[in-house]
Write a protein that binds this ligand. Sequence first.
Ligand code: ACO
Length: 345
Amino acid sequence: MTKIFTAPAGLEGVVVAETAISDIDGENGRLRYRGVAIQEIVERFPRWEDLLPWLVAGPSWTYGPLCPRFSAVGLNQSVAPMVRLIQIILATHEQWTHQQEELEWLAGLPAALVSQDPRSYSSVAAAYLTGLRDGSAVSSLEEKALNAYWVMAAEHGLNASTFAVRVAASTATTLPLALAAGVATLAGPLHGGAPEGVLALLDESESVDNLESWFEEKVKRGERLMGFGHRVYQTRDPRAEALSKVYRQLAAENATAQRAAQVEHAALTVLGKLKPHRSLATNVEFYAAVVLRALGIPPEWCPATFACARLAGYTAHYYEQREYGKLIRPLSIYRSRSTIDLTNS
Ligand code: ACO
């Protein structure tokens, strides 16, 4: 007979899968995709679409290079970009057949979201930025920056949306339908990955002359400075490190990133002074927010931009679950009123 036990709320501390896709080592501040450090991954895969097959299949990938697919989909422009992403997946899902085609449709999704044909661009990131910015030219540094962000944010273990994808995969549904489940789960405001808090801090700091005393007052009032500190990475956040290089390059020529660098410097000085007992470094949310803003991505597009990156990790988890997994079917305990008889009511 199956042994029954009650898992803690939110499944906190419960291991539900084995994976060879990413390894998060919070204590030592390391993140690896398939054994390779994230900093090296960002260097090695200059385009997000090049990472896809490798993340999904590892070095055993046997198909040729990906040619992102595109089909013009009539999108409902009045709904949020995350919902539009699901619409595209659902509109094309019957054409996602064998694995190479699946990955090609997947690679084309960010461009389709902004109604661009990715085959006309040097990367899907360039197509995405051009579409979002109504055709304005994209510099090679901007293209590099979005690719670095997408590669760095492609995968991060078993968060809620990746778990949703694995639950869907365990029922043997198709990849696009499992991805739709993942994007729908990511759309919730509690998921994380959205840089609103940092953007609000940057907006608030815009009119401030003396940043250090402004931050000092905030910290003394007990406020948390958004974009600093991390629960898992107690030493340094390796994703922040991976993104910081391109962020600093952007800062050399972009006023938004330049100002953000001053804000970062002042915040770190104050945190070092007022919280010396705690190592509080800049986290990935800070760099991501600055990079997305410096690229001209509007705040309402930030969640969908993050979702595009994460589609890569979802897909890797989908295949892994299909290969090793068993149907995920937990139990619930009925806790409500005692039996009610409706016949006499
Ligand atoms: N600003 C000011 N003080 C901070 C900050 C911060 N960002 N982060 C931690 N502290 C201080 C706390 O006030 C506390 O000080 P005290 O010991 O004097 O009371 C001390 O550091 C420890 O705080 P904890 O909450 O125990 O630290 P923890 O590591 O659990 O917190 C967290 C991690 C929640 C991320 C925190 O650093 C924070 O609130 N940061 C700001 C929000 C943010 O940037 N979130 C995104 C995280 S990145 C991601 O999720 C991908």
